[in-house]
Design a protein around this ligand. Structure first.
Ligand code: AMP
Ligand code: ZN
Length: 399
C-alpha cells in the first residue's frame, strides 16, 4: 500500500493486508501523534488495510511530529538533509556520503583503483573527510599538507592532519612554505597587486602540482564541496568571467606533461554534510576558519546562496549541477583555453601559459621573487629563512 505522510511530506510503500497499528509501528510512527485517513475518512488502529490502499498519515501535534526517523531504516535520525527531503541515522548518513562520492567519481570518471591519488588536506572538515572516505572505499590515497605559516592556525592544522594520518596509518607529505620556498602567507600581506588570499591560492596550486609531479601521483584531489563550487560559480556568473567559467570544473584533465589531473569528489555534498560526517566518524578537525580570510567575497556568495536554499531547498545543487551537466558542455566545450599554449617555466619547469612558444617565468616564480625581496627589505623575521631557498621540496614524512 501507499502511505503518504504530510508535513514533512514523503511516501512509503508497505505490504498489505495489515492493521493500521502494525503499519504505523513498522514505520516507527507513534499512533498518538497522527491521524490515519483512508478515502477521506478516519480509521482506527484495528482497521485492516489492503495492499492497494492509499493511506494518509497526518501529524496532529503542533510543533512537530516527534523526533525525525531515518528515511532508510526508520531508526531515530541524527541529521536532516532538506535538499534530499531526507533524514538519516548515523550509519545511513555515512552510506549517503559514500554514495554521493561514488556518484561523483563515476559520473566524471575521476578516479580508478589503479591511480595513485594525492589528497590535499588542510586540517578542515572537507579534506579530512575526503581522505577518510577515499581510504574507506579502498583507493590508494596519500595526503599532502602545506604549512602556510599562519601562526597558531597553521600549527594546529598541521598537527591535526598528522594525527589523522598516524591514526589511519596513511602516508602524509608535509611541505612548509617558509622552509621550502623562503616566504609564508603573512609575509605576502600588504604587497601591492596581490592579496594574501591570492598569494596563498597561487602557492597551493603550485606546491600541490609540484609534489604530485615529483612523486609520480596520477591525480590530485581537493576537498572543494557543493557550497564552494556553487559560490565560485555565482561569482563567475555575476561578473561574467567567461574564461573562469570555461575552467570551472570538477575534473581538470592533465593538460601538459608535469601537470596532475585534478578532481573534486565532494562537489555533490554540502559543508554541513561534511561537518556532520566528521562528527559522526569522530574525526578531529580544525573548526576555526583561516584568520586571514575576513570579508572574503566567496563568503558573501555562500551567504546569498544559503538564503535562497532556506526558501527553496535544492537551489544550490540545481545551480551547480545544471552548469556542470548542461551549460558547460554546451557553451564552454574547450575545457581550458590556456591549455594549448602551456610551456615549462624557465625557472622551475612547471607548465605555465606561454606566448609564441617562449617560456616565460611562471606566476609563482615571479610572485615568490617579489615576496622574498619584500621580506628581505622589511627585515622581517622570516628573512632568515632565505638561505633555504635552494632546497625546493620541503620536509616530508611517511607516517
Ligand atoms: P580552500 O581554498 O581553503 O577552501 O581549500 C580548498 C581545498 O584545498 C581544501 O579542501 C583542501 O583540499 C586544499 N587545501 C587548502 N589548504 C590546504 C593546505 N594548507 N594544505 C593542503 N591542502 C590544502
Ligand atoms: Zn616557475
Amino acid at each position: 500500500m501507499k502511505v503518504v505522510f504530510r508535513n514533512p511530506s514523503r511516501t512509503e510503500a508497505v505490504a498489505g493486508p495489515a492493521r493500521v497499528g502494525d503499519v504505523l509501528a513498522r514505520l516507527g510512527v507513534n499512533p498518538e501523534t497522527v491521524l490515519v485517513i483512508v478515502d477521506g475518512a478516519l480509521v482506527t488502529k484495528d482497521v485492516v488495510l489492503l495492499d492497494d490502499a492509499e493511506v494518509e498519515v497526518r501529524p496532529v501535534i503542533s510543533g512537530g511530529a516527534g523526533p525525525a526517523r531515518c528515511s532508510r531504516c526508520r531508526a531515530t535520525a541524527v541529521i536532516e538533509v532538506a535538499r534530499h527531503r531526507a533524514a538519516y541515522c548515523g550509519d545511513c548518513f555515512l552510506d549517503h556520503v559514500r554514495a554521493q562520492v561514488r556518484d561523483a567519481i563515476d559520473r566524471h570518471r575521476m578516479l580508478s583503483y589503479d591511480d595513485r591519488i594525492l589528497v590535499a588536506v588542510s586540517g578542515g572538515k572537507d579534506s579530512l573527510a575526503l581522505w577518510d572516505v577515499l581510504l574507506d572505499m579502498g583507493y590508494r590515497a596519500d595526503g599532502l599538507y602545506l604549512g602556510l605559516g599562519i601562526g597558531a592556525y597553521s600549527d594546529r592544522s598541521g598537527a591535526t592532519v598528522a594525527g589523522f594520518a598516524q591514526e589511519r596509518g596513511a602516508t602524509l607529505h608535509l611541505v612548509d612554505l617558509a622552509d621550502g620556498y623562503g616566504y609564508d602567507v603573512p609575509a605576502a600581506t600588504g604587497l601591492r597587486g596581490r592579496s594574501s588570499c591570492g598569494v596563498c591560492g597561487l602557492s597551493k596550486r603550485y606546491v600541490f602540482n609540484r609534489v604530485a609531479r615529483d612523486h609520480g601521483y596520477d591525480v590530485m584531489a581537493t576537498g572543494h564541496n557543493l557550497d564552494d563550487e556553487a559560490a565560485q560559480l555565482l561569482g563567475n556568473v555575476l561578473r561574467w568571467q567567461t574564461p573562469f567559467l570555461a575552467r570551472q570544473s570538477v575534473v581538470l584533465p592533465a593538460t601538459a606533461a608535469g601537470m596532475a589531473r585534478k578532481v573534486k569528489p565532494l562537489y555533490r555534498l554540502g559543508e554541513r554534510e561534511m561537518a556532520a560526517y566528521c562528527v559522526i566518524k569522530g574525526i578531529d578537525y580544525v573548526v576555526e576558519e583561516c584568520p586571514m580570510v575576513g570579508g572574503n567575497t566567496v563568503l558573501r556568495y555562500k551567504d546569498a546562496l544559503n538564503a535562497l536554499e532556506v526558501a527553496s531547498p535544492g537551489t544550490k545543487a540545481q545551480f551547480l549541477f545544471g552548469f556542470l551537466d548542461r551549460v558547460r558542455p554546451a557553451y564552454f566545450a574547450t575545457a581550458d583555453p590556456e591549455a594549448a599554449t602551456l610551456a615549462p617555466c624557465g625557472e622551475c619547469g612547471q607548465p605555465t601559459p606561454s606566448s609564441e612558444g617562449r617560456a616565460p617565468r611562471c606566476a609563482f616564480c615571479r610572485t615568490r621573487e617579489r615576496v622574498v625581496a619584500a621580506v628581505a627589505a622589511r627585515g622581517a623575521p622570516s628573512a632568515g629563512r632565505l638561505v633555504q631557498l635552494e632546497q625546493q621540496g620541503g620536509r616530508e614524512s611517511g607516517a
